[in-house]
Design a protein around this ligand. Structure first.
Ligand code: PLP
Ligand code: TYF
Length: 398
């Protein structure tokens, strides 16, 4: 039965990660996968996480099953982090959260949940979007279509085309919107654009699905959730998928959450039974470790303060490189305008290079980036930025 299987394409981002690992060039630069690296090029475990893990080891007295919704305390923390601690939907028992294996797990559970609620729903994603979005929703049997988002010409948001597309989406469909730090373009909605998005969601009646994989990596924890909160104030239903991979640096522990905001608390009860039965049919219960670590951090004022500080360090380091890239390219004699880099947010920037230039950067200089010319800025540091700028300058001149 396996003989008929045809090979399928692998994830290009993860493929790039493997190719980088194998490259023997000592000057190689990894700007591929969206993983934070410090000035030493290392993805360290956060100190707040180390301390929470020590506490966990001391306090853990059982490994019995955790239940389908996962860690209830973690779930409440995630709701407060996203919506704000006194959001009306939280106070009115309209939120249902399950902790999931990563943000990807949250999206997959959301996809199956949508399939139950409306099997005919189309999920609309931004052009472009994280490639996994498309395959995740298709895997649940949902149709996926794209709405205009990024304008490759102006290197900004394709605002009018986006709102024209959104204005045609019918009730019953789902619109996926990135909460902040858009992957891959780094172009986010302004608050005024979130307001316009919200008005359209109300008018059209489509259901927003907010993917928040980078809360705290843009402008700050509350700032990055401002659009989501505005939307949640106005619409009656939405889906939120969040991830602790980046902001807690818990990538491999696979921790995230799916939250469904219902119209009222009675519907939230029905939603809960459906959400948990989706979970049960996929993996029964989530792994506990990451949720308990995050709970320990957010239960403690001291560890929370340490987390804020470590998160700000990561955010500020990335942001400081945006201007530096522009300055270093100018110092190499590059005349093209790269000022758009400072208008983008989060881990990524779209440099706007051609596929040929990207291939040349890889083969001639061992500089690795996704072939949309998305760079994960955290891969840059003071030891490699000049090498990177010289390499980019030389392919631009070639
Ligand atoms: N959504 C977006 C936009 C992402 O970029 C990612 C990956 O980092 C995720 C969701 C899911 O991340 P993870 O499953 O590692 O938590
Ligand atoms: O886009 C990125 O680089 C991150 C990490 O299958 C990632 O979102 C990439 C691919 C993948 C899982 C995570």
């Amino acid at each position: 039965m396996f003989a008929d299987l045809k090979a399928v394409a692998t994830d290009p981002i993860l493929g790039l990660m493997a190719a980088y690992k194998e490259d023997p060039n000592p000057n190689k630069v990894d700007l591929g996968v969206g993983v934070y690296k410090d000035e030493q090029g290392h993805t360290a475990v956060l100190n707040c996480v180390k301390q929470a893990e020590a506490l966990r080891l001391k306090q853990e007295d059982s490994k019995t099953y955790i239940g389908m919704a996962g860690d209830i305390n973690f779930n409440l923390h995630m709701e407060k982090l996203a919506f704000g601690s006194s959001h009306k939907a939280l106070l009115a028992d309209r939120l249902t959260t399950a902790h999931t294996p990563g943000g990807t797990g949250a999206l997959r559970v959301a996809a199956e949940f949508i399939k139950r609620a409306n099997p005919d729903a189309t999920v609309w994603v931004t052009t472009p979007t994280w490639a996994n979005h498309i395959s995740l929703f298709q895997a649940a049997g949902l149709k996926v279509k794209e709405y205009a988002y990024y304008d490759y010409e102006t290197r900004g948001l394709n605002e009018e085309a986006m709102f024209a597309d959104l204005a045609k989406i019918p009730a019953g469909d789902v619109v996926l919107v990135h909460a902040c730090c858009h992957n891959p373009s780094g172009m986010d909605l302004t608050f005024a654009q979130w307001q316009r998005f919200t008005e359209l969601a109300q008018e059209r009646g489509f259901t927003p699905l907010v993917d928040m994989a980078y809360q705290g990596f843009g402008a700050g924890l509350d700032e990055d959730a401002a659009g989501l909160r505005h939307l949640a104030d106005a619409v009656s239903e939405l889906i939120l998928c969040s991830s602790c991979s980046k902001n807690f640096g818990l990538y491999r522990d696979r921790i995230g959450a799916v939250t469904i905001m219902s119209q009222n608390s009675a519907q939230a009860q029905n939603v809960k039974t459906n959400l948990l039965s989706v979970v049960r049919s996929i993996y029964s219960m989530p792994p506990a470790h990451g949720a308990i670590v995050v709970s320990h951090i957010l239960d403690s004022t001291e560890l929370t303060a340490l987390w804020y500080q470590e998160l700000a360090e990561m955010r500020n380091r990335i942001n400081s490189y945006r201007q530096l890239i522009i300055d270093k390219l100018a110092a190499q004699g590059v005349e093209q305008d790269f000022s758009f880099i400072t208008r983008q947010h989060g881990m990524f920037s779209f440099l706007g290079l051609t596929k040929a230039q990207i291939a040349q950067l890889k083969t001639d200089y061992s500089v690795y980036m996704v072939d949309s010319s998305r760079v994960s800025i955290a891969g840059l540091n003071h030891s490699n930025i000049d090498y990177f700028a010289a390499a980019v300058a030389s392919v631009l001149k070639a």
